[in-house]
Design a protein around this ligand. Structure first.
Ligand SMILES: [Zn+2]
Length: 371
């Protein structure tokens, strides 16, 4: 049987990756020109581990505002994971797949797949792997599209940490950086706070991502051929959810090498993150569909796609009970991780409300003074 993949990842180049990261920033240099903006506000590091971070500078110090950093490992992990997912026939099963056989990746093999690509990043010749292709062109476009949305989500997630005032937590812990995959020792309380702020950053990023294109899909399709399958706002919403579910899984995989329970518990699980996003997905979906049939179709499609993502990446899947709960959002009695974490988020945010307001006022003032 002919393979659907030439043992290679999708084609989205490192240049496109960087471009997408840059344009996804709400406060990019074009909007906020500053002497520092071009060189210092944004950076891609030649490191192979899947990680991103944001650093907040103190008021009055050399650099105004935050600096965002992304490892090249983010790009590698997205190429690798999304190629694997798009090779599955059940993923967007209405889009042509062609013959399938298990993909093999000479380039991306190894025991720390999806979390550490240091072998590639250490060798300059391999920094830019030869662009590979799916044999079915529509799968190729689907893969590139999913990567692009995932990259946008990650950059918006980092910005959300800044705009929601999360760096306050980091300051209190005596640091200026917020790493996605943090290797520092943490207390139980810090772990709780971290899980909550991650969920909030996900929620802000997901809504921003959805709203960024929801109103001008025609323009999107015209400028980007790889967005071929986005025919409606529901399609766009679905594509956003699947791409962000991949990112949630990659966060969990990158975090899973930690041996101590307290370290691993620093972040919400992929299941919890995705379920939290499902709630937003539902809220956004309901006004977009006219009939129950449309609603069921949209939900079935997104649930099937998410199941493929979790299965392909070997991450603990969404529980059946949790999915049932989604059909009855008013019942908060189910002891599902998503519900628990959201309740916790509300409690923590309530507790920190005055501090957060104070911090947000500072951020606003700084943005105004940047002009
Ligand atoms: Zn985060």
């Amino acid at each position: 049987m002919e393979s659907n993949i030439d043992a290679k990842p999708p084609t989205l180049s490192i240049n496109t990756f960087v471009e997408v990261l840059q344009t996804a920033f709400l406060f990019n240099p074009r909007n906020h020109p500053s002497p520092y903006a071009k060189s210092q506000w944004f950076q891609v590091n030649p490191k192979g581990k899947f990680n991103a971070q944001v650093t907040e500078y103190e008021l009055g110090q050399l650099l105004p505002g935050p600096k965002y950093e992304f490892n090249l490992g983010v790009w590698y992990a997205l190429l690798d994971s999304i190629a694997s997912i798009c090779a599955a026939q059940a993923f967007f099963s209405d889009i042509e797949t062609g013959p399938i056989s298990p993909p093999k990746y000479d380039l991306f093999g190894g025991t720390r797949r999806y979390q550490d690509y240091s072998i590639l990043a250490d060798k300059e010749a391999l920094l830019y792997p030869d662009p590979p292709r799916f044999r079915a062109p529509l799968r190729q476009q689907l893969a590139d599209q999913q990567i692009e949305i995932a990259v946008k989500f990650i950059s918006l997630h980092e910005q959300a940490h800044v705009f929601a005032g999360h760096l306050l937590f980091v300051r209190e812990a005596g640091s200026a950086r917020l790493l996605e995959i943090d290797e520092a020792d943490v207390s139980q309380h810090w772990g709780e706070a971290r899980r909550s702020i991650e969920l909030q950053a996900d929620a802000i990023a997901f809504q921003t991502l959805f709203q960024s294109c929801a109103g001008n899909l025609d323009e999107l399709r015209a400028s980007e051929p790889r967005f071929f399958n986005i025919q409606s706002t529901v399609d766009w919403l679905t594509a956003c959810l699947t791409a962000t579910a991949v990112v949630c899984c990659l966060f969990e995989i990158a975090d899973s090498v930690r041996t101590k329970e307290i370290h691993r518990r620093q972040h919400p699980t992929a299941k919890c993150r995705t379920l939290s996003l499902f709630q937003i997905f539902l809220t956004l979906l309901l006004p977009l569909v006219q009939t129950d049939d449309e609603l069921h179709l949209a939900l079935r499609r997104v649930l099937q796609n998410t199941a493929v993502i979790f299965q392909t990446l070997g991450v603990e899947p969404l529980e059946k009970e949790a999915l049932n709960w989604l059909w009855r959002p008013s019942s908060a009695t189910t002891d599902c991780g998503g519900v628990m974490e959201l309740r916790q988020l509300q409690e923590v945010l309530q507790r920190l409300e005055p501090k957060l307001q104070q911090y947000q006022a500072q951020v606003q003032q700084r943005l105004r003074s940047r002009g």
